[in-house]
Design a protein around this ligand. Sequence first.
Ligand SMILES: [Zn+2]
Length: 544
Amino acid sequence: MAPKIFTNARVFADSGAQQREIDFCNCMVVQDGKILHIGSEDDTTVQNLLGSGAQITDLKQQLIVPGLIDAHTHLLFFGLSRQKLDLTDCASLDAVRAAISEYAKGIPDAPRILCRGWQQPSTGRLALATMLDDLDPRPIYVEALDLHSSWVSTAALRELPLENAKELGPHQVACNENGRPSGLFAEAGQADIIWSFLNAQYTTEEKQNALDETFKAYIAAGYTGAIDMAMDDNAWEALKLYRERNGALPIHIAAHWLITPPGSGGSLGEKVDVAIAQMREWPPSPSPEFCIIGIKLICDGVVDGCTAALSHPYTGHVGIVEPLWPADAMTEVVQRATQAGLQVAVHAIGDAAVTQAVNAIASANAPDGRHRIEHLELTTPEDAQRLGRLGITASVQPVHSDPAILHDYQKLVGEQSFARAFAYREFLDGGACVALGTDAPTAVHLPLSNLYNATTRRSATRPEIETRTTPHQALTMAQAFHAATTGAAYSRFAEGWTGRLEAGLWADFVVLECEWEAGKLLEARVEQTWARGRRLFPVDVSQA
Ligand SMILES: [Zn+2]
């Protein structure tokens, strides 16, 4: 293939995670799926190619950055959730009810009504089946925005397998005074009962269509890679089939197999063995673009549901919320996985969960294992420093720091804790690899608004709000783009072939119409997405 020369561009010539500012060069050459040269149009390499039939594109000062990598997402769930009614903008119970009622009328043939994006504070933190029952006789399922709980109608309670619901306890399956489930399910109550039931209802073709939708949306948003952060048989089978049917996946994917806490079916040893077997079947080498790379443990819940494990009680509550994993069980699993060569990713939002996760990882004593902690919303100064020292990746989702969704977060955790929330700068200054993700579908998947959150700490969904979330923890533009590309690539051992614009690496890159200014990121547009030297967005018909 003739080389492609992109001239008159602003090419992001990144040189380090902590660098506050960067230099741009003006030219990039791509050939045979790889980057051949980065530099100036005047370089001899470029000059020599000019007469040789090379294809030249004048980018008129548009920006070229490495292909974005969503370091924490749920690809199948994202596609499936795009087909549900979105309640994100409903600010009251009345608004939620009106939206569901209206939506149900429009889908008379659907067997059930599926909704997403519910924010608990919008309904006064009350979620009873009876609050939904008069809207439609069909089962109604309302998933919380953070994906850590679901609220369902009585018709749904009738079709769900609830035999073992009581064993999970009231925090995971809320019950009425008669001891019957009353409509709210959280954490394992949601995952084991609702998700496993609903997942079995989707047909193979519905899942394939969902993945199609996912990839289209991801490519149009500028992604050339993703890390799928809670893999199970259901989602992995769907991805494998999609890959088989299409010959290859359009973007590279590394997945972390979900290991559920002790007590939820099977011994821990057996669960880790399943993940080890999956990794041996789908190892990062020789197919780094589609692999099982590690395991995922969910150490606590979320602040909004008062299920994140804090070191102190939530305001207005008594008692401490414990992590979902006992510390010794977590340590055992982390050590076992490390020995087998699996990377470990631990979901930890509250400071107590973070401390437990850091301790467990420290006990495995494997700085080369590149273990990761997901979310890290509340951390002590000590733990923020330990991340870098222990080689732990800080996998964070700036979109979760959006002031518009924090509602009563500050009140719930207390002012002192909140003053240290989302401490990205400290993680970076402490030498940790920072990788940015969106945790879609718990939040929008769009990388540029995610970068806006990271750099301005203002709301991307409601830019008129002037509140900034702990602004001293903001990343610079250079740091944020680095974390969304190079950092995310490093976090899944892919720095040898992608994540930077450098000769010899895959030609994974995005062309942006974008001013290099944090405050202008919401106006930026993805013009083109290229993966392995092929333009995927807009679709290049000449190559199709
Ligand atoms: Zn997640």
